[in-house]
Design a protein around this ligand. Structure first.
Ligand code: PLP
Length: 396
């Protein structure tokens, strides 16, 4: 295989050996339907239960509060759409943020078409909401707050415990999209007063196409898919047994070494950030520094260039990064997250997200920084904007 320096772990991760080994028997030997009465099927029901217990333990939840879904996107859709529709007689106002993943934003926009009113809270220059603004946004007709745990583009971590406490005080249901946080941050749904939470296995070395919606007991959330009794009558369809078993194994594995991972990743992340800012002029870091940032996330804007050209040239050197969230690549609109932290369009266009993983080494970072420096220089040399900047007396 050609050289690959994979720095796009926020888009997806490699399934770990242990997770894969746990999954394989469920494709071949133990392929029974968990809904079947005979032992061959019931064995798989037990495997689902075991995975449910592992997820519950990782969140400090009860296994009965865990529902397996087909993805993080599905969990977000389910939580927001079904809760809003069910409780619209109490009010039609929802509070979220301007920097959510499209799995949340597009549902909210769709609900607006159906007569709901949505407040999209702004964020500061680090990508973090203001609690006073949240408090002020709450109205008598507010029914739901949905605020992501950590942002997928710039890594900013929200004050979840404070948001949860406020939601509880006001008697509001609080959903959080924890797709980027699960498996690496410490999540405790009880301590943080989280009522609903979404996560997705492929972000923490589990398989793609399997997620979880945690729903606190007592939250009245209707079924999402009808047609069977699976997932306690709430999400019909024959369960993705290998996927769910893989999710359980992945969350258990991630929990076991997340403290070490956090330490290692944040050290490497800070080294990468320092190197890039030191070696490449006219560059800014997007998102916060330190503990308010996801351990593996770095996001930069390079003035005078386009993120897409940068990605293509880095790809030539075997470096995989992202110019925003994977879901917006292919579109020429600048990232809504970068605009929300106040970046002008032209600077938001020249952005690069590098997200580190367990295999990232210091040598990888040195290689990436070296190539990045050369590629940025090359693109700037071709940029009429840069030529104009220099002509007007700007420094190289
Ligand atoms: N929410 C966030 C914050 C994400 O980063 C992603 C994936 O990029 C999703 C939701 C969607 O998850 P999935 O890919 O499992 O649908």
């Amino acid at each position: 295989m050609e050289k690959l320096i994979y720095m796009d772990n926020a888009a997806t991760t490699q399934v770990s050996d242990k997770v894969l080994d746990t999954m394989v028997p469920y494709f071949r030997e133990s392929y029974g339907n968990p809904s079947s009465i005979y032992g061959f099927g019931q064995k798989n029901k037990a495997a689902l239960q075991e995975a449910r217990e592992k997820v519950a333990k990782s969140l400090n939840a009860d296994p009965k509060e865990i529902y397996f879904t087909g993805s993080g996107t599905e969990a977000d859709n389910w939580a927001i759409r079904e809760y809003a529709k069910k409780h619209q007689n109490k009010g039609k106002h929802i509070i979220t943020t301007a920097i959510e993943h499209h799995a949340v934003l597009h549902v909210c926009q769709d609900l607006e078409k159906e007569g709901f009113d949505v407040t999209y809270l702004g964020v500061d220059e680090e990508g973090i909401i203001n609690l006073e603004e949240l408090k002020a946004a709450i109205r008598p007709d507010t029914i739901l707050i949905s605020i992501m745990y950590a942002n997928n583009e710039i890594g900013s971590i929200q004050p979840i415990k404070d948001i949860g406490a406020l939601a509880k005080e006001k008697g509001l249901v609080f959903h959080t999209d924890a797709v980027q946080a699960a498996g690496i941050l410490d999540i405790d749904v009880k301590e943080e007063n989280i009522d609903m939470l979404s996560l997705s296995a492929h972000k923490f070395h589990g398989p793609k196409g399997v997620g979880v919606l945690y729903v606190r007991r007592g939250v009245n959330l209707p079924a999402f898919i009808l047609g069977g009794a699976q997932e306690n009558n709430k999400r019909a369809s024959t369960e993705n047994v290998p996927g769910i078993v893989g999710l359980g194994a992945a969350i258990e594995e991630a929990q076991a070494h997340k403290q070490e991972d956090r330490q290692k990743l944040s050290q490497l992340r800070d080294y990468l950030i320092d190197q890039v800012l030191e070696k490449i002029p006219h560059t800014r870091l997007n998102g916060p520094r330190g503990d308010k940032r996801l351990p593996g996330n770095a996001n930069f804007s390079f003035e005078f260039i386009e993120g897409e050209s940068l990605l293509l040239m880095l790809d030539h050197f075997g470096i995989a990064g992202s110019s925003g969230s994977a879901c917006t690549s292919g579109s020429l609109d600048p990232s809504h997250v970068l605009l929300a932290i106040g970046l002008p369009h032209e600077i938001a266009h020249g952005s690069l997200r590098l997200s580190l993983g367990p295999d990232t080494s210091k040598e990888d970072i040195d290689y990436v920084v070296e190539k990045l420096e050369a590629v940025v220089k090359r693109l700037r040399d071709m940029s009429p904007l840069y030529a104009d900047f220099l002509e007007k007396g700007g420094n190289k």
